[in-house]
Design a protein around this ligand. Structure first.
Ligand SMILES: Nc1ncnc2c1ncn2[C@@H]1O[C@H](COP(=O)(O)OP(=O)(O)OP(=O)(O)O)[C@@H](O)[C@H]1O
Ligand SMILES: [Mg+2]
Length: 377
């Protein structure tokens, strides 16, 4: 059925790895980056909150330094793989600096305590910034391929909804409402007793939240046109034909149900999934698996007692049952994928995937290309 993943890497300019929390998006993004560089593409991987060891393997020692060359130890031609880690606070500040219509608005926004609190924490803040960074990397024309990891999400579709969410936050009706119809700040819009109460509340809580929020929205209002255009640009890039979405999914029932929902939503958006990766699959026993009699004899020779043999037997049966269940679920899932989508199953490795060696192994499993120092072009 499928267009192999290596073809997805070769034919697109941007690849976005989506999936719910903890399924392996960051690891897969990094492994795909290595695979793309091995294919000779000048690649950048933007990771979000990678595990410390993985960051070290990619040579990422400081947040926000996007575009550092990765020493792939001869696995690819030097200088082809680059990596970065998203620094949310720095990215938002840089974004405000770029889009503020005047130095006054910029300074008011950056110094506003409400902005400082919400910029990194409102729903969709990380997603929006990842999309913004993708737009910026795309404008740079420096890369053949940009791979974007996405933040942990309850549902994979959350990533796509980020521009829409930001627009809702920026909607003129919202800020007008907060600013008051005649402008001039939220507190002007409330009168009499209510105003007195708000002041009392702010004093009691030791914050100036409402006044700060109105200052934030005044600055936001001044930037609205630009920000909205930016969200639109992000949406266009995400749904454009040069961008491929790859879904990373765990082989569990709720995961696969969510994945179907995402696939459907993406199809409606006009951006069908380019592929899906079932990660941490427990493979069915292969033809080389020893027979139960051989296993029993080996255990006897190794001096295993009856309790140990029974325990191993039970564990082995449970693993088989799990592998069979996963097989059925995955077969059902592939039937609802777009006909030309790539489909890859990656087994559960015996340890977490953090080193360059692990990434090379995953890259080979994902794209079928064996990576070793001697195979670098
Ligand atoms: N195929 C695999 N075999 C073994 N371990 C794996 C595999 N894939 C990922 N892992 C491990 O699973 C853990 C979670 O992976 P990762 O951080 O890539 O997930 P994520 O989807 O990015 O998580 P989050 O949503 O929190 O960002 C990591 O410790 C990683 O090394
Ligand atoms: Mg991650």
């Amino acid at each position: 059925m499928s267009l192999a993943l290596s073809r997805v890497l070769e034919r697109h300019r941007a690849v976005v790895c989506v999936g719910t929390g903890g399924v392996g998006k960051t690891t897969t993004s990094a492994a795909l980056g290595l695979a793309a560089a091995a294919l000779g593409r000048r690649t950048i991987v933007l990771t979000i909150d990678p595990a410390r060891q993985l960051a070290r393997a990619l040579g990422l020692t400081a947040l926000g330094r996007v575009g550092e060359p990765v020493d792939t130890k001869g696995l690819t031609k030097p200088g082809l793989l680059h990596a970065g880690m998203l620094d949310l606070k720095a990215s938002w500040d840089a974004f405000i600096t770029r889009h503020a219509p005047s130095a006054e608005v910029r300074d008011a926004m950056l110094a506003n305590p409400f902005y400082q609190r919400v910029s990194t924490s409102f729903a969709g803040a990380t997603e929006f910034m990842a999309i913004e960074e993708l737009c910026r990397l795309d404008e740079g024309r420096e890369w053949d391929l940009i791979i974007i990891d996405t933040p942990p999400a309850g549902r994979a579709i959350d990533f796509l909804r980020a521009p829409e969410r930001l627009e809702k936050l920026l909607a003129p009706e919202v800020s007008r409402w907060i600013l008051g119809r005649k402008g001039g700040g939220a507190l002007q819009a409330v009168t009499g007793g209510a105003r007195f109460l708000i002041h009392q509340l702010e004093r009691a809580m030791g914050t100036r939240t409402l006044s700060e929020a109105s200052g934030f929205f005044i600055a936001l209002d001044a930037m609205f046109g630009d920000l909205s255009a930016r969200a639109e640009r992000g949406r266009a890039l995400l749904t454009g034909k040069d961008t491929a979405f790859l879904l990373v999914v765990a082989p569990t029932l709720p995961e696969l149900a969510g994945a179907r929902e995402l696939g459907e939503a993406m199809r409606r958006l006009g951006a069908p999934l380019a592929g899906a990766i079932a990660n941490r699959v427990h493979p069915l026993p292969g033809p080389l698996e020893p027979s139960p009699a051989v296993v029993e004899e080996t255990l006897r020779l190794a001096g295993a007692d009856q309790a140990c043999t029974a325990w191993l037997d039970e564990t082995w049966r449970a693993a088989r049952t799990q592998a069979r269940l996963e097989r059925d679920r995955l077969d059902g899932f592939t039937r609802v994928l777009p006909a030309d989508a790539a489909w890859v199953e990656v087994p559960e490795l015996e340890r977490d995937a953090h080193s360059l060696e692990d990434l090379a192994r995953l890259a080979a499993l994902l794209t079928g290309a064996a990576l070793s120092p001697s195979s670098a072009p």
